[in-house]
Design a protein around this ligand. Sequence first.
Ligand code: SF4
Length: 365
Amino acid sequence: MNQAVHLTGLTEGELVAFVEEMGAPSYRGRQIFAALQARRLRSFDEMTDLPKIFREKLNERATTSTLTVEERYISTDGTRRYLMKTRDNLPVETVFIPEERRDTICFSSQSGCPLQCDFCLTAKLGLLRTLEAGEIVEQIIVALNDAYGVSRKTPRGVNLVAMGAGEPFLAFEPLMKALKIMADPKGLHIVPARVTVSTAGVVPKIRELAKIPDRPHLAISLAAPTDELRDQLMPINKRWPLDELLSACVEFEKSLKPGERFTFEYVMLDGVNDSESHARQLANLLNRHGLRAKVNLIPHNPAEPLPYSPSPPERVEKFKAILESKGVRALVRRPRGRDIYAACGQLAARRTPNINQQALHKIAS
Ligand code: SF4
């Protein structure tokens, strides 16, 4: 039997073609697109402006939602982690991070991840499957509906980051399609300038992204200033070593438009990559390539059985001061949602909260 077509993963034009093929007028396609993307409805039954008979026909061939929310965890800092399941029963995790000025949704591009970053819990799952465009869009819809209510306009200033499970550049096509769907002003209207994609360093895709005019911001996870250490922490470095990665970054930096952000992420692991000499090596590396991108220092988020601990705050500050003394802009990122396994590198479909049992609010969905 053919799988039901997932309409949340279609552009407005594709939806029009879909309904026309069913013998319905084209405006029905536009209506469904608005219902799914602007009103963020999750079932045909809620689309009461469509004739009942048409909704029944749609139900036979298509679906609006394929992700089921299994659990929702809420951190003491307000961060929410959603553990969902795809229709083939694979875990998908999404994190909503409330902030004073703008809220952020961190979404996944894959279920699990094939890259073996040594400090990341997701790596332990291995790759289960790359997500489809509709599954990416749906994660955002689930988080928006929970935070702001169904049918409410997407608040201006919500940011998206592709920093959940998976390597987004190994999901390049579905990711780009999802971004196109979400950017539509008749739908969610979240434009690429409000999206940041973080890669472990898939060099050909960095070069490809540099050529796309309407693109998301780029962040690159570095984690080490030398090939020797990066080979250990991020095995992708054996495929694309630092010099190759940074040459692609130079090309990307040349293509930056005014106001466009480009950052390096540096996870800080106690006693591993956080010494004063590592800071000097990192500054020299970036300066040697003439890169002006900012460095985000991210204290590691502990999660058993990972053998790492976060660098102490004074070491992080010292590291930052050394970078800045050498002309490299640096910022320390505050961890969010650590107690519910929602922080960077902690997504591994965990069903138990991390540290603070009292912080758990679980709902049956
Ligand atoms: S850090 Fe990102 S790329 Fe590396 S294993 Fe984890 S999810 Fe994959």
